[in-house]
Ligand binder design. Sequence first.
Ligand SMILES: NC(=O)C1=CN([C@@H]2O[C@H](COP(=O)(O)OP(=O)(O)OC[C@H]3O[C@@H](n4cnc5c(N)ncnc54)[C@H](O)[C@@H]3O)[C@@H](O)[C@H]2O)C=CC1
Ligand SMILES: O=C([O-])CC(=O)C(=O)O
Length: 333
Amino acid sequence: MFTRIARRAFSTSKVNPYKVTILGAGGGIGQPLSLLLKLNHKVTDLRLYDLKGAPGVAADLSHIPTNSKVSGFTPDNEGLSKALKDADVVLIPAGVPRKPGMTRDDLFSINASIVRDLAKAAGDAAPNANILVISNPVNSTVPIVAETLKKKGVYNPHKLFGVTTLDSIRAARFISEVEGTDPTTEHVNVVGGHSGITIVPLISQTKYKTMDKTTREALIHRIQFGGDEVVKAKDGAGSATLSMAQAGATFANAVLSGLGGERDVIASSYVDSPLYKSEGVEFFASPVTLGPDGISKVHPVGDISSEEEQLLEKAKETLKKNITKGFAFIDKE
Ligand SMILES: NC(=O)C1=CN([C@@H]2O[C@H](COP(=O)(O)OP(=O)(O)OC[C@H]3O[C@@H](n4cnc5c(N)ncnc54)[C@H](O)[C@@H]3O)[C@@H](O)[C@H]2O)C=CC1
Ligand SMILES: O=C([O-])CC(=O)C(=O)O
């Protein structure tokens, strides 16, 4: 079931009408993500917002004969609140991407305030929305959104998601390259967070648990640092956009499937999680069941090897720092 839902970026079934807003829709991720959501028949009202450029993207997409209306907004004439008004799903890819030599955490100084301000607007105009955060550093931007919404009294932990789907799709692709298999049939459970060592792929849960140590360690490293491959190849022109758009559209479709009452919709995401809260890790990525009210269940990581236990411990240490940094940013306001 996980595989069926998680791999589908768009659906052709007609179900409930949904309003979906993309904040940062004119950017490298925003444009292809907007296209993929224009192709999703679950979306009937697609709102695109950016500092500039979104009306052009909307006009372009509006010629595609799918059943959604598309509108573009800029900050003029209260465009942000109009774009957000009563949205069911809000995706946030607004913010700056990495350049070679930077970590995702280096983006905090610029992206933290962008995400905070967009979260404030979402809290006012779409307090019931499911919010899907793409902007990096996800490990910190998700806690920033949570704290911002808490301050407004509209925080619902079941409706806030850090989008980590790109880690899952990379893991499927990379393991298929190692094993010489069809990537569309592969699935790797990836837990933790979304940066470097906080990304923990659980190879022991795949059918390749006997993979030799050197191959396995190289594979884990590639999944953890897959983003760097793209940053390096783009050579200053940004980070993953097209694979991220595919990942974002796939995850958004899973959320919409859950809202529409489909059963057993399970996908991984970085969420307000009970799993390691007692250890001070308030947010953690693991599979979640998605339903009409957002997350209905957070699944544990399951059985893991002693090697993965060690990776998990290291991930939790870094996550704690990333989360605290996000909380502190809002607390000092
Ligand atoms: N979660 C994940 O797996 C991934 C996350 N990312 C992150 O996504 C973010 C966006 O990346 P790209 O699309 O490549 O960057 P980009 O620079 O191409 O596009 C970002 C867009 O955000 C807009 N923007 C900036 N401030 C805004 C604001 N206050 N309101 C509305 N729009 C605003 C910009 O005008 C621009 O159009 C980056 O932070 C990047 O690190 C990228 C890849 C994967
Ligand atoms: O690497 C980056 O900066 C963008 C990102 O999050 C990814 O590609 O996983």
